[in-house]
Design a protein around this ligand. Structure first.
Ligand code: CA
Ligand code: CA
Ligand code: CA
Ligand code: CA
Length: 464
């Protein structure tokens, strides 16, 4: 009998050390010190939730509508986040719990800049513009904000008219955000999502992205976006180039409630977040498409997934960057099984505060695909996000040499995609191939106890 007890204890301790190991792995990634994201199992009562928040010592709790039963829990300064996570993960009522991971805007590699809009010609935008130059849809730019008064962007900004015609310091449309005329600043908690230089090396990231999607066309001024006319929503979630999963989820939720159909995500980190994945999955149910940059580490995302780009979700497109010679840009991440396609990302000329500038990065490649998606939704409004993705991937300009760097082995071709009226049947899969592949998957079932169980059975059998 003693041997049974002994083995049972080993089994228990292995299960426990597994949660400790999991939490240690989670906390090894950059995260907000006092936050945890927590999702309850369906049907958990308000009383039990309240009790759990109290036990955790929460000083504030934010509920998300986009993902049911998901909460951002903030603990007092210098709390023991590790113990809180272990306790939450081992709680019966909790589906999962994880840190509020930091996400970073992808930095610009220092390559030579060409002052040319070669990218638009490369993706065959001029020919696509014969079919349509505009999109009636709202595009959410989750980034460092947008210089919304820029001469080549102002007329294409989404406007919340209730707030524009409303009163200052008042939530005129009752959406929970005061004075959110052009979007919202989740990073600073104010109604002004202006993209301002903040002393960091990343300047006007969001304004540049916005111009690639939708700088005003045919106005004898500056540059032109993939869409000449569109509604750009400024969802400022980054300050000094950093933000968090919680802000990105809130930005997504805000945008969806205000009718945004497409979101550009030129940021990430190498850590899976179940909350973020759930948020994008729920966005799919609302017909929303997300486009994510693959990252600028010259890395293989099949081996080292980059999130959000690597979530395996039907409404997510992962984008690598190409240069003018149709090659993968030397800084660009890639993935024959996890990155969907390439788009121009070297020497891309677009809007910045006070003017125009060329930038490099997968951050610049993703908005080409975002702009094309806006054109395609306008032309085919009945299609699901997955069908739009299928249309884009079926119509890429194939590169020589077979599949190496991307699932489609190609570069976006909007001329072909916009003229393709056939139904898409093939499923293009993608993302990471599987959602959570690493050891830090929140609350993933651990099978480490199997050898112990085997030993236990063996001993029981021998004693007979
Ligand atoms: Ca408001
Ligand atoms: Ca107001
Ligand atoms: Ca602000
Ligand atoms: Ca222009």
């Amino acid at each position: 009998m003693k041997i049974f007890l002994f083995l049972f204890c080993i089994l228990l301790s292995s299960l426990f050390s597994q949660s400790v190991k999991e939490v240690d792995a989670m906390l090894s990634f950059n995260h907000k010190a006092n936050d945890l994201l927590l999702r309850f199992k369906e049907g958990t009562s308000a009383e039990i939730k309240e009790m759990i928040f109290q036990k955790l010592g929460a000083i504030s709790v934010k509920e998300y509508e986009l993902v049911t039963d998901l909460y951002l829990v903030t603990l007092p300064a210098r709390s023991d986040l590790k113990s809180a996570l272990i306790w939450a993960m081992d709680n019966e009522e909790v589906m999962y719990s994880e840190p509020n991971y930091v996400r970073n805007l992808f930095k610009e590699p220092n390559d030579t800049l060409y002052q040319d809009i070669w990218g638009l010609k490369k993706i065959k935008a001029p020919a696509a513009w014969d079919v349509s130059t505009q999109s009636s849809f709202i595009v959410g730019v989750i980034d460092s904000g947008i210089t919304y008064n820029h001469e080549d962007l102002a007329a294409n900004m989404w406007i919340n008219t209730a707030e524009q015609n409303g009163t200052a310091d008042n939530d005129d449309d009752g959406n929970g955000y005061e004075d959110d005329i052009y979007g919202y600043d989740f990073a600073n908690g104010d109604g002004d999502p202006m993209d301002e230089p903040d002393g960091s090396e990343i300047q006007y990231h969001g304004t540049h992205v916005a111009g690639i999607i939708g700088a005003l066309g045919n106005n004898n001024l500056g540059v032109v976006g993939v869409c000449w006319n569109v509604k750009l929503m400024a969802l400022k979630s980054y300050q000094n180039g950093t933000g968090s999963v919680a802000h990105s989820i809130e930005a997504l939720q805000y945008g969806i409630k205000k009718g945004a159909k497409i979101f550009n995500m030129s940021y990430g980190q190498n850590v899976f977040s179940k909350s973020e994945s759930d948020a994008i999955e729920h966005a799919n149910r609302k017909g929303v498409l997300c486009i994510a940059a693959a990252g600028n580490d010259s890395a293989n995302n099949d081996v080292n997934p980059m999130y959000p780009a690597s979530y395996s979700l039907p409404n997510l497109i992962s984008v690598a960057a190409s240069n003018e010679n149709d090659q993968l840009a030397d800084f660009s991440n890639f993935g024959a099984n996890s990155v969907h396609l390439m788009a121009p990302g070297v020497g891309i000329f677009s809007t910045i505060g006070g003017g125009y500038e060329a930038k490099n990065g997968t951050s610049m490649a993703a908005p080409y695909v975002t702009g094309c998606s806006a054109l395609l939704f306008h032309r085919f409004p009945e299609l699901t996000p997955e069908q739009i993705r299928g249309k884009i991937l079926r119509n890429v300009t194939k590169l020589p040499g077979g599949r190496q760097n991307t699932i489609s082995n190609g570069q976006i071709n909007i001329q072909q995609a916009i003229n393709d009226v056939q139904e898409v049947k093939k499923n293009y899969g993608g993302g990471g191939g599987s959602g959570c592949t690493s050891s830090h998957c929140p609350n993933s079932t651990s099978w480490d106890f199997i050898p112990y169980l085997f030993l236990l059975l063996l001993f029981a059998w021998k004693r007979k």
